[in-house]
Design a binder for this molecule. Structure first.
Ligand SMILES: [Ca+2]
Length: 405
């Protein structure tokens, strides 16, 4: 007998609920006839060992493992090399997501977007569109590159055209879309050519929301709220007779926002203060009965994804837009994984990954402070920081997504 060192382990439904000496032979018989793997765990509450005949998938085949988990009504996929369990959420319905990002500055936006493509591969969500809330078409072209690279070339992209002037750039990767190899050939494919136009971000919001069922859309906002503020102030147009506020009230289910400072952290919030006039409008006009979950910077602070790990995790290909940035553009030693936390929460729901604060209302001051007032009728909650084990788990989960292909 030996212990598997790697693989995505999923149990067969046929051997479900076997947990005593008497039922063990049936499990072993099934395992012999299938994959020769017996998985198991001990329930600390009952002291019982549960055995299952188990199937192993390569660790870069998460979509196939999850499809098998759903077929077999299994709640988890066990990742042998990193000793983590990934929830299959097999009963969850499709989540319709709009991603709103400040692409072109920090690379965690790219990882958040990558997670959404991987969730789509796993049939966990539908990405309706990507809004780039930072001006400059190169940033939208970078999203176009990502759409094409990950096999979703038709996902619509909107671009902010009257937003924040020259916000700070942390890593100048906006030219990634035009990268060339040493022979001068363009490295990454795009759908929208140099002469193509991007729809204004708030307009694309209006178009996408108008076409969706009521209360069905989840927004993951991981940059500035420029386009959201303009959406909320917009009037009727060719896409909808509703005002922006009415459209949001009618169509949006909830929003997950990377930003805010709560609890013990004193770190300055970037996303809201960098676009403060837009942020104040957003906080004023966002409907008070639509849930908003904040992901404060301190929750993602311990999640260091190092440049060496990024390059290693993407060694399955010689040409990758995120890896290219770390190979050729930046000396940065790591990127903190702030933005993926809002996306993970948006797709996986509120009960899986996080502890959330009680409900309340959040207001924003003109200096960018987020003030939380507890109230059971409030629409706002925020993620609470996890312990070291939690941070380790989430980083392993994001890294597992990086190796999928
Ligand atoms: Ca961001």
């Amino acid at each position: 007998m030996s212990y598997p060192k790697e693989g995505l382990m999923v149990s067969y439904k046929a051997t479900q609920d076997h947990f005593d000496r008497k039922s063990l032979p049936a499990v072993i018989k099934h395992a012999h006839a299938h994959d020769n793997i017996v998985g198991g765990w001990r329930d600390p509450d009952t002291g019982l060992y549960y055995f299952d005949s188990t199937r192993s998938f390569p660790e870069d085949s998460l979509a196939a493992a999850l499809a098998f988990a759903r077929e077999n009504e299994q709640h988890t996929v066990y990742v042998a090399s990193t000793d983590i369990n990934v929830k299959s959420n097999y009963e969850q319905e499709d989540i319709r997501v709009i991603l709103d990002c400040d692409m072109g500055s920090s690379t965690d936006d790219l990882f958040a977007l990558m997670m959404l493509y991987r969730y789509m591969d796993m049939k966990r969500c539908t990405l309706l569109g990507v809004i780039v809330d930072r001006m400059d078409r190169a940033n939208a072209d970078a999203v176009d590159v990502m759409n094409n690279y990950y096999g979703y070339p038709d996902i619509p992209i909107g671009l902010e055209k009257a937003g924040v002037k020259d916000p700070h750039v942390y890593i100048p990767y906006h030219n990634m879309a035009y990268a060339r190899d040493i022979d001068g050939n363009v490295l990454f494919k795009r759908s929208i050519g140099d002469k193509g136009e991007y729809m204004d971000g708030y307009k694309l919001y209006r178009k996408l929301l108008a076409a969706q069922p009521d209360k069905s859309v989840t927004i993951a906002s991981i940059g500035f709220v420029t386009c959201l503020a303009r959406l909320l102030q917009s009037g009727p147009d060719e896409f909808s007779p509703l005002s922006g506020e009415e459209l949001v009230s009618r169509k949006v289910k909830n929003i997950y926002c990377m930003g805010g400072v709560f609890g013990d952290s004193f770190e300055h919030d970037y996303n809201f203060t960098a676009a403060i006039d837009f942020s104040l409008k957003f906080f004023e006009l966002w409907p008070k009965d639509i849930d908003i979950v904040f992901s404060p910077g301190e929750v993602g602070d311990p999640l260091y994804y190092s440049a060496a790990q990024i390059i290693e995790d993407m060694d399955w290909t010689s040409s990758h837009p995120i890896k290219w940035i770390y190979e050729f553009l930046t000396e940065d030693k790591f990127q903190k994984m702030w933005d993926p936390l809002a996306v993970i929460n948006a797709v996986e729901g509120d009960d899986i990954f996080y502890r959330l604060s009680p409900r309340g209302f959040v207001t924003l001051t003109p200096t960018g402070e987020t003030i939380f007032r507890e109230d059971p009728k409030g629409n706002a909650r925020y993620q609470l920081p996890g312990d070291a084990g939690w941070s380790d788990f989430v980083l392993k989960y994001i890294r597992l997504m990086s190796i999928q292909h």
